[in-house]
Design a protein around this ligand. Structure first.
Ligand SMILES: Cc1ncc(COP(=O)(O)O)c(C=O)c1O
Length: 305
């Protein structure tokens, strides 16, 4: 018997995304700007708003439930990026505001390491934020892309002539949103750490397509956006505990000076964190939740319309 071709269940997948299910033949090609959300995520957001739209940290049931949900979300996102624990995950507005918050803190710790390496293939969010540090005395060093028949790419070996004992940090993307080119960020981290520099990664475009493993990459900071991975508009940062706890981040006086609190200024949209938790949480049944399957299924769905 010849092997039957595997047919992708596009209708079944579309049915799980209300915005696609109710849109007729609407073809959503704008997935570089985000993904649609499945009904499970929508339910988690509305359940939060309906049942416990209160501040965290209070001594009553609804507030304790918010604290518990945020704790679960930290653990789920920690698993999503293979972090050591939920305390390494901070939630907030978007990726850019986390890059800004961390870069402002890095800018206060330049000392004899004043050089920041930024790449030609990065999103403006991971370039302009670091360029702004020139006002704090940073020197920006450009990592140029190589171009060839297969497009532009970042070659980690090219960093060797840029990295010195003056390098404070290398900021680069895991995948460019312009061309989809993937960067060998584990190699970047190895080379940067060899001279005592840190590595800051933008995972926004990479996250919907491939699993992230911060332990294997051995980076120091990583930011991502929920709306690219089937969650609402929000962002999260993973930071190596030891690295972030050394930084003088902005926070209110009553906020502990340790991660994750020290990166979470003010109140954020808890309902979106509930949505993020629903989007990445590992469900009991592997049939219901398999990260890679989900990502590629929804991606195909969105591309095919
Ligand atoms: C590769 C990349 N980095 C960063 C960003 C900025 O993310 P955010 O909108 O969450 O600040 C985007 C947004 O599209 C992006 O595609």
């Amino acid at each position: 018997m010849p092997e039957q071709p595997r047919i992708f269940p596009v209708d079944a997948v579309r049915r799980q995304f209300p915005a696609l299910d109710q849109a007729g033949r609407f073809v959503f090609f704008d997935n570089a700007a985000g993904a649609q959300i499945p009904a499970t995520v929508l339910e988690a957001v509305t359940d939060h708003l309906r049942m416990r739209n209160v501040q965290r940290g209070g001594p009553y049931r609804q507030s304790r439930e918010v604290d518990a949900m945020i704790g679960r979300a930290r653990d789920s996102v920690a698993a999503f990026v293979n972090a050591r624990g939920g305390d390494e995950i901070a939630f907030g507005l978007n990726a850019t505001s986390f890059i800004r918050a961390i870069s402002l803190a890095v800018g206060q710790t330049l000392a004899s390491r004043r050089e920041i390496i930024v790449s030609e293939l990065d999103h403006e969010a991971n370039v302009a934020t670091w360029l702004a540090l020139e006002r704090a005395g940073a020197r920006i060093v450009w990592w140029r892309a190589r171009t060839g028949a297969d497009g532009a790419r970042l070659e980690p070996a090219d960093l060797d002539s840029l990295l010195t004992e003056r390098t404070r940090l290398v900021a680069c993307t895991m995948a460019t949103n312009a061309t989809g080119t993937i960067v060998d960020v584990a190699d970047v981290a190895r080379r940067a750490h060899a001279v005592g520099a840190e590595v800051f990664l933008d995972a926004v475009h990479y996250a919907p397509h491939r699993p992230i493993d911060v332990k294997a990459i051995d980076c120091d900071y990583l930011v991502c956006s929920g709306y690219k991975v089937f969650a609402p508009h929000m962002g999260f940062a993973w930071c190596r505990r030891e690295a972030i706890n050394r930084l003088p981040t902005f926070r209110e006086a009553f906020i502990p000076d340790v991660t994750p609190d020290k990166l979470e200024a003010g109140t954020y949209a808890y309902e979106n964190v509930a949505g993020m938790e629903a989007a990445v949480a590992r469900r009991p049944s592997p049939q219901v939740w398999r990260r890679a399957t989900w990502a590629s299924a929804a991606d195909t769905c969105i591309h095919r319309g």
